[in-house]
Design a protein around this ligand. Structure first.
Ligand code: FES
Ligand code: FES
Length: 175
């Protein structure tokens, strides 16, 4: 199969029953994406497929030929971190760090969902216009578990990035 991951094409052979998570970790050594439960319950394996966040343990790799796959390694790298990675560092949004890659990738996908106007269970309106309030962030990140319970700092980190993006958007509109 041929997969495009972090902008790079990979040609590989794997059993058609292999999950995307196992292909990333076991075949391509992209071990930034973590395996917590392997059952879609913890969010540690979250990646972006065509910009949307999914649990990579719940999908087969062979289903993703032609998709744009982004893992934590594709968001930033040492010396050139993604703003969400910087913010997690700044706010100390982790303890053991095991859930952190999934949290960061999920947060990037989640802010995009808010920007697109997709409502959540706690949004006041189904017509869009939700902001990255603490309630919205907690609800929308509820699929990403942290066994160390670093949640307050994770929420702070995400909200700082959301505020910065909002400010940049306002400045762009005013220019
Ligand atoms: S490892 Fe995929 S959700 Fe837990
Ligand atoms: S920091 Fe340990 S699981 Fe989240």
């Amino acid at each position: 199969m041929r997969l495009t991951i972090n902008g790079r094409e990979h040609e590989l052979e794997a059993d058609v029953r292999t999950s995307l998570l196992d292909v990333l970790r076991e075949h391509l050594s992209l071990t930034g994406t973590k395996k917590g439960c392997d059952h879609g319950q913890c969010g540690a394996c979250t990646i972006l497929v065509n910009g949307r966040r999914i649990n990579s343990c719940l999908t087969l790799a062979v289903m993703h030929e032609g998709d744009e796959i982004t893992t934590i390694e594709g968001l930033g790298e040492p010396g050139r971190l993604h703003p969400m990675q910087e913010s997690f560092l700044h706010h100390d949004g982790f303890q053991c760090g095991y859930c952190t890659p999934g949290q960061i990738v999920s947060a990037v996908g989640m802010l995009d969902e808010i920007a697109k106007g997709w409502p959540s269970h706690v949004s006041a309106s189904l017509e869009g216009g939700a902001s990255a309030s603490a309630d919205e962030v907690s609800e929308r990140m509820s699929g990403n578990l942290c066994r160390c319970s670093a949640y307050p700092n994770i929420v702070d980190a995400i909200r700082e990035v959301a505020d910065a993006e909002e400010t940049r958007g306002t400045e762009r509109n005013a220019a």
